[in-house]
Write a new protein. Structure first.
Ligand SMILES: [Zn+2]
Length: 469
């Protein structure tokens, strides 16, 4: 019989879940029986390394990626893409003793290509396009999954259509069809495994596309939108599925359950075109004679004079790299001036107003040295941006003729990731905790899993079990 079920609701906003808890009776049952709270995400709060931290118990400096794209040397371009193979630190499927614990990993990032679970199986994550590619290990499990759930859906996007461009009614149905598969599978196999973990990508996608439908503060809010309840309706849909799963398993009286997210999604106010800004301030210099592009141009294609450039920016939430002498190929910042240069850039960034000229409040810029440690920390960006409580995203492209932009090249985006994560835990091995008010983060999740399963917590884990009062 299953000992622990992890129900991952990707990007699920604790603020929304707890606000609507009375309409979510099955999630409420977990909260009432055990504990609930808000974990801080990783820096920056983005899916690939957030889930790796959840499953490894370590910060991204130990495994070497801090976004989907990262660098593995002091290159100017983040030319590597994180996959399931990138992390060399032990994760749950390596840490748990295979002789005692049969494990099933169901589309939990990063698991593309599918991870080799010696006593169990793995279905790959949302980075997989279709079941025509390598999607499940062992392959012998494929037929059973397909017979139970139909052809596996990895993400809301289809081969032909990015979810950001999909008609919204169609998108809602697609997301439901995807998320329900995870529950169908758990209902079918729960008695055969000890630890089952799933990730429902729907909650993240709903946040990105439907935030403007219900939040009056959103720049795109329209009154009485036909989709005004779509986000909470999806939470109710998931809750109903949790209830049906509990009917099969006996619920938190019989089975330990963790519900969690890797970050939240919140209102997007706009994007700051970070490299446009660095150019305007003279921190980034284009090659002599080169015109600033008038069409959106990626960093890789920008004619940057690296020998005159102090810093560059990348990413979605935003990160700043300094061009340091003796480190980057054409570095110009003397290492002894690196801290003060970075401080100066950060100070000026805090002053950037919004696109209407008003001050942006609540920005929080984190220095890498304060949050990353380990083997790969030195390759990470020097600073991570979190502008206006994280409501402002970053665009690294140049060519807008403005410091501001909104949607991505992929299409509509009404939400952005924030650093609050949903966390609920209950079960026979979990005391009644109520609201967990002590500071907690994603680093605390792996030790919590092990504590629930009665497995010793490795000494190099960075967090602490959340089921200890
Ligand atoms: Zn997202």
């Amino acid at each position: 019989m299953v000992k622990l079920m992890m129900l991952g609701f990707d990007g699920c906003s604790p603020e929304q879940v707890y606000k609507h808890a009375d309409e979510l009776p099955n999630l409420k049952r977990i909260m009432d029986a055990g504990g609930w709270g808000v974990n801080k995400s990783v820096v920056p709060p983005i899916t690939p390394h957030a889930w790796t931290t959840i499953f490894s118990g370590k910060n991204p400096g130990t495994f070497g990626y801090w976004d989907f794209q990262y660098r593995s040397s002091y290159s100017y371009i983040e030319d590597q893409r994180a996959t399931s193979m990138t992390c060399k630190e032990p994760r749950m499927h390596n840490i748990l003793p295979p002789e005692g614990i049969k494990m099933g990993l169901v589309s939990v990032p990063l698991s593309s290509p599918p991870l080799y679970v010696s006593n169990g199986f793995c279905i790959s994550d949302f980075m997989t396009a279709t079941t025509k590619s390598n999607w499940i290990h062992p392959a012998s499990m494929a037929q059973r999954v397909t017979d139970t759930c139909g052809d596996w859906i990895f993400d809301a996007s289809t081969v032909d259509e990015n979810f950001r461009k999909m008609e919204k009614g169609k998108l809602i149905n697609r997301i439901k069809d995807m998320d329900v598969q995870r529950f169908k599978l758990f209902k079918e196999i729960h008695s055969e495994y000890d630890f089952l973990a799933m990730d429902c990508m729907g909650t993240d996608r709903m946040g990105h596309l439907f935030w403007s439908e219900f939040d009056p503060q959103h720049v795109r809010f329209r009154e009485n939108s036909p989709f005004k309840d779509a986000y909470t309706d999806h939470l109710k849909f998931l809750d109903k599925n949790v209830g049906e799963l509990f009917d099969k398993t006996g619920g938190p009286d019989k089975v330990n359950v963790v519900v969690l997210s890797d970050h939240n999604v919140q209102r997007l106010d706009g994007r700051i075109n970070i490299n446009e800004w660095l150019i305007s301030k003279g921190y980034m210099v284009l090659k002599e004679g080169a015109e600033k592009p008038t069409i959106q141009t990626s960093l890789a294609k920008l004619p940057i004079d690296w020998a005159k450039t102090t810093a560059w920016g990348t990413g979605y939430q935003g990160q700043i790299y300094l061009n340091v002498k003796g480190r980057e190929k054409f570095g110009i910042v003397d290492p002894k001036d690196a801290d003060s240069t970075l401080d100066q850039i950060v100070k000026e960034l805090y002053q950037v107003p919004d696109n209407k000229g008003n001050a942006i409040k609540g920005s929080k810029i984190t220095m890498r040295k304060d949050v990353y440690s380990g083997k790969y920390a030195h390759l990470a960006p020097d600073a991570f941006l979190f502008i206006g409580n994280g409501n402002w995203a970053i665009n690294e492209r140049v060519g807008y003729d403005s410091l501001y932009s909104y949607d991505t090249l992929l299409g509509q985006d009404d939400g952005i990731h924030g650093d609050d994560c949903t966390f609920m835990v209950a079960g026979p091995n979990v005391p009644r905790l109520g609201e967990i008010t002590k500071e907690s983060s994603l680093l605390d999740v792996a030790p919590t899993f092990l504590d629930i399963l009665g497995v010793p917590i490795p000494s190099d884990f960075e967090g602490k079990s959340l089921i200890q009062k």
